[in-house]
Design a protein around this ligand. Sequence first.
Ligand code: EPZ
Length: 429
Amino acid sequence: MEKYVIKGGCRLTGEVNISGAKNAAVAIIPAVILADSPCRLENLPDISDVKTLTYILESMGAKVEYLDRHTVEIDPRPVDTDTVSDQVARRIRASYYFLGALLGRCRRAVVPMPGGCNFGIRPIDQHLKGFSALGCDYSLDNGMIAVSAPRDLHGASVYMDVVTVGATMNIMLAAAKARGLTIIENAAREPHIVDLANFLNTMGADVRGAGTDTIKIHGVQKLRGVTYSIIPDQIEAGTYMVAAAATHGDVTVKNVTPKHLESISAKLVEMGVTVEEGDDTVRVVCDRPLRKCNVKTMPHPGFPTDMQPQITTLLSIAHGTSMVNESVWESNRFKYVDELRRMGAQITVDGKVAIVEGVDHLKGAPVRALDLRAGAAMVIAGLVAEGTTVLEDVKYIERGYENIVEKLVDLGADIYRSQEPDQVMDKIG
Ligand code: EPZ
């Protein structure tokens, strides 16, 4: 089993390049099947979730060619199925974007019930509500969801009962080639929603209002293949910003959109960290003690839930008592707190609220990455802890962070990846 071995106490300094956004890429890759000619996607992150989705496309008949680690050319013309049958699809939440994309392409989609990070119940009722409004029937059989538009895939007004990224994107995908006008109200506003809209519009779609809570989509008959570059990853950038602050470092985070990072920067500044914005960089300098602050996760432009474990880890070594309120997901997204406690953090969780009492230092320990962002938080904890931390289950981290070990080593961290569990345990005694 792969592990990270982290010796804490190194101050991070220097520059780090941020990769393309995972949560944009995982919707844009399925969207390629809406085109009637090949697409070239650039600035894709080199992560396992992207590899999984291009593998699924290949298994459906698409021609997929990697031109380099970050650029792929996909010819969707040979796709001759409406079914995503591969076992692999179950492992990845984003495989549900094939529902909207296949509906747009051929009016029918059969996709395995999605998997993904396990932090509680993750319903898809709002996706199905949207597809129904567009004229679809659906059924669940043997773990597969089948959705089809037996008569006509047509535009409709859809009001989202909760602000959901996945359902907003899925309805955009289906509506792009539906007949007439679709209006999504109470839509999610995340940067990756805007990126998907830009991709669809570059292909010839008519999507307006992405980035606001009302998105209007006039369906078109044809979408063409294009070359498109994915936006930088907001959460990867935020993770390195927090790692810089936690190690009292001085790090310039490059290839970012500073506007997407404002809610994260604001919390760091409240904690006493200096954040300097450039055109496509942010420099994070921490040269004084960290102060407590309260955080509530919210849909964009609020503080992202995908940064909650990382900021909680930072607060665990700040002066004073902070409160973290998880309002997007249920309390299961605090499961990693038990791992942090093993390292000496003083955190109590009551439902959707964590009370974090700052301690002077964390101590290295054997811990596990429970999911992608929880894993990133444990890496940050390991970087600041006294002694050695051995982090297991790093496959979750590698689903979403490109070359995290190499990037941290370049910033001065003492971290390496090991596949030999016994040797690791011997080494730390
Ligand atoms: C996306 O998940 C991201 N994943 C998640 O990031 C992220 O945490 C989440 O959005 C919120 O920002 C991808 O983009 C692949 P939602 P998604 O639909 O789309 C409820 C990461 O670490 N809901 O916005 O699945 C749901 O229970 C991952 O990168 C319904 O009730 O999330 C939740 O409380 C993990 N019914 C809230 O909405 C539905 O039909 C937001 O979920 C759909 C969602």
